[in-house]
Design a binder for this molecule. Structure first.
Ligand code: NAP
Length: 258
């Protein structure tokens, strides 16, 4: 970040802390240029990362402010971020609301997910105003430190993608548990069912890191065997429709706010 200072409000939470650790580890920012705030005063970082309970003090000392508190904690946040670039991770709060509440010159909304922990988050981000080349590069590189990132063209993309990539491990976890409970109901011992589901969700996920999912489906359908019958049954029963409704239900919550 060259000579800029970054302040993370909520920098000891799940997302804020994982992002801060990645930024330090990758050398994106030096510890002396990172400020963290929270209410409890507890910090997992060394003394070089300054911790404050005073959000306005953090804002005053920062060039860029990353907001990583929960939506319901937002009303108690009283900051004047005039002249600053504010990057908000808060789901369901529009850029215009954040701008009006904080006075920030520029508000970027970003939607990482829990995979920031393993630095494999996909983070879409949106800016209502055109960004300078330097700010554009800063936002992109910041989120590249925790995985991959892309600027999206509309704010609604952020709300919709909150229900897609923002959910992180939620859908695989649900698939995992559904596979287990169905296998157990069909008479498979639970410890075996769990290993089988692990092979599908974790092993299968790792394979897809290197292979095209569409080609994978085509290849497996080509065998016209067990897997093809199961996939066809899911398709016939409206798997995509069910998923589409789930994504819309999540996006609706993000659009109307929490
Ligand atoms: N977790 C996800 O997978 C995910 C995905 C996409 C987006 N998000 C968004 O990311 C944001 C953070 O989520 P999270 O899961 O990291 O939440 P979290 O673990 O609860 O972290 C919230 C942090 O904010 C601090 N905090 C709360 N009120 C504060 C205040 N007034 N001033 C300063 N610090 C304050 C808390 O510390 P103290 O209690 O010590 O104050 C805590 O460190 C949320 O808005 C969420 O919508 C999360």
């Amino acid at each position: 970040m060259n000579h800029k200072t970054l302040g993370i409000i909520g920098g000891t939470g799940w997302l804020g802390r994982a992002i801060a650790e990645a930024l330090l580890d990758s050398g994106f920012i030096a510890a002396q240029r990172l400020l963290i705030s929270n209410r409890s005063g507890a910090s997992p970082f060394g003394p070089q990362v300054r911790l404050s309970a005073d959000n306005q003090q953090l804002v005053a000392q920062s060039d860029v402010v990353l907001l990583s508190i929960r939506p319901e904690q937002l009303p108690e946040l009283q900051i004047n971020a005039s002249g600053k670039l504010l990057i908000s991770l808060v789901a369901g709060v529009p850029a215009a609301t954040l701008k009006a509440a904080t006075g920030a010159d520029t508000v970027v909304r970003a939607m990482p997910n829990a995979a920031v922990e393993i630095r494999q988050s996909f983070t879409p981000w949106y800016s209502a105003e055109p960004l300078s080349e330097a700010d554009h590069s800063l936002v992109q590189r910041l989120f590249d430190c925790v995985g991959a990132a892309d600027q999206v063209p509309t704010e609604d993309c952020i709300d919709y993608l909150g229900a897609v990539s923002g959910t992180g491990p939620a859908y695989p976890a649900m698939l995992f548990e559904a596979l287990v409970s169905q296998a157990v109901a069909a008479g498979i011992p639970e410890h075996i069912a769990r290993k089988a589901a692990h092979g599908v969700v974790v092993g299968g996920g790792q394979m897809l890191a290197h292979q095209d999912p569409r080609r994978m489906i085509e290849a497996l359908m080509g065998y016209r065997g067990v897997t093809a019958a199961a996939l066809q049954s899911m398709a016939d029963q409206g798997f995509e429709t069910i998923l589409g409704r789930a994504l819309q239900a999540g996006a609706e919550v993000a659009r109307r706010g929490m």
